[in-house]
Design a protein around this ligand. Structure first.
Ligand SMILES: [Zn+2]
Length: 101
């Protein structure tokens, strides 16, 4: 919402879609990777899966990267960095209930 300087403004998803939201929140609280049972270290992923995500971003055309990242967030395959902090402060459920516009 605040990226007004960008050439074109695109909002990316910050939370997983509703159908998987609760599962993802529990996963984040458990401290394990979203995609395997290793310890999560960055944005809900273990080191291996985070590196794989970064690699996929780099292989995506720059114009499509935000969209790609948004899809991954909606599908619960990576977390939005700010949202992780909300979950860990236990505010996530309140937040997601409020801003569905
Ligand atoms: Zn993993």
């Amino acid at each position: 919402m605040q990226h007004m300087g960008a050439r074109f403004v695109m909002e990316i998803a910050t939370t997983p879609k509703r159908s998987i939201l609760r599962v993802v929140i529990e996963r984040v609280k458990s401290g394990l990777c979203l995609l395997c049972d290793r310890e999560a270290c960055t944005r809900g992923l273990c080191n291996k899966h985070y590196v794989r995500f970064r690699t996929m971003v780099l292989r995506t055309h720059p114009d499509n990267r935000l969209e790609f990242e948004g899809d991954e967030i909606r599908e619960g395959r990576i977390l939005h960095p700010q949202w992780v902090r909300e979950v860990l402060r236990e505010n996530a459920e309140l937040q997601t209930g409020a801003k569905a516009s």
